[in-house]
Design a protein around this ligand. Structure first.
Ligand SMILES: Nc1ncnc2c1ncn2[C@@H]1O[C@H](COP(=O)(O)OP(=O)(O)O)[C@@H](O)[C@H]1O
Ligand SMILES: [Mg+2]
Length: 295
């Protein structure tokens, strides 16, 4: 599957920074997952906490959208609402046209914490087959597990136990488990956040390839600006308290992307700069003061 480098311009409702509506990428232009007017109030130790307010998002089929925000801005809360794992206090979530009232068919979440997501007493193969045991016979399950393991490059490690594998490989097992269900929507919550820089880059590229191959819709939560710009068709920045979408930025960089050449391109640097600005960073000032980024 190839995708053009045109902006997606898919609707984001209240987003302040949306560029160029109209064109679509390799998607069919219809919504895969969306939410309208979503607000979430949680009860914290010092009373009610309005985490999200008036969040409008629509993600097209086959689109790769990142949700970026500082720590505590409500990214995980939003992903849980989209996945039907947490009810919204106000507003509506839809998946392929149906209102979401619980975990929807074809929607799978991948978490950052691969260690606790895998069952140590099961081999890699049996971990990957976990999500399809009820719905598939043995032959189909084996076929799907093999297919998913090949996609993440772990076919040769199928009979090992996950604790014998590196952190990056364990996360690939969790991703393969999600892929074996042949999801229509993959929700990912900082899936590479615990990995070292080299492993992270390699998994980003593998995810990019898998998504090109399967045309799965991906909603990817991260606090890493470079990762969001590198991977996405569109970056949404959560902002404010309660948080809403403060910036929606199309990322019309050519695909496939490359860790070195894409990141050296003027377009990539310009887009990255815009996202940093939306997160409230005065990059030059920070550098002079020797402060760190907290994106
Ligand atoms: N179950 C919960 N009960 C009460 N407050 C919560 C709960 N989960 C998260 N929060 C609070 O909601 C806010 C957003 O959290 P979260 O969505 O995890 O942010 P992020 O993923 O962007 O770091 C934080 O202030 C957090 O403390
Ligand atoms: Mg989080």
């Amino acid at each position: 599957m190839t995708r053009s480098s045109e902006p997606t311009g898919h609707g984001t409702g209240s987003a302040a920074g949306t560029d160029s509506p109209g064109a679509t990428n390799g998607t069919d232009g219809t919504d895969s997952i969306s939410c309208e007017g979503v607000g979430v109030t949680l009860s914290g130790s010092s009373g009610a906490l309005d985490v999200l307010g008036g969040v409008d998002i629509s993600v097209a089929r086959g689109e790769f959208v990142s949700i970026l925000g500082t720590s505590g801005s409500g990214k995980t809360t939003l992903l849980r609402v989209l996945g039907g794992l947490l009810p919204a206090t106000t507003g509506t979530v839809r998946c392929h046209g149906s209102v979401v009232t619980g975990p929807a068919d074809g929607v799978v979440t991948v978490f950052q914490d691969y260690v606790h997501s895998l069952l140590p007493w099961r081999t890699v193969r049996r971990n990957v087959g976990l999500g399809i045991e009820a719905g598939c016979d043995r032959a189909e399950r084996d076929e799907r597990v093999d297919e998913a393991l090949i996609m993440v490059g772990l076919r040769q490690r199928a009979d090992e136990y996950p604790w014998r594998l590196s952190g990056g490989m364990q996360q690939r097992v969790q991703i393969a488990r999600a892929l074996a269900t042949r999801p229509r929507v993959l929700l990912m919550d900082e899936p590479f956040g615990a990995l070292d820089a080299m492993t992270k880059a390699s998994l980003q590229d593998q995810l990019q390839q898998v998504q090109e191959l399967t045309a799965t819709t991906v909603v990817f939560v991260t606090h890493d600006v470079e990762e969001a710009v590198y991977l996405s068709d569109r970056v949404l920045v959560l902002d404010g308290s309660p948080a809403a979408i403060g910036l929606a930025l199309d990322i019309p960089l050519e695909r496939p992307r490359h860790q070195v050449t894409t990141k050296e391109s003027a377009d990539y640097l310009r887009l990255r700069h815009r996202v940093y600005e939306a997160l409230g960073h005065d990059i030059g000032e920070r550098a002079r003061l020797g402060e760190h980024d907290h994106a």
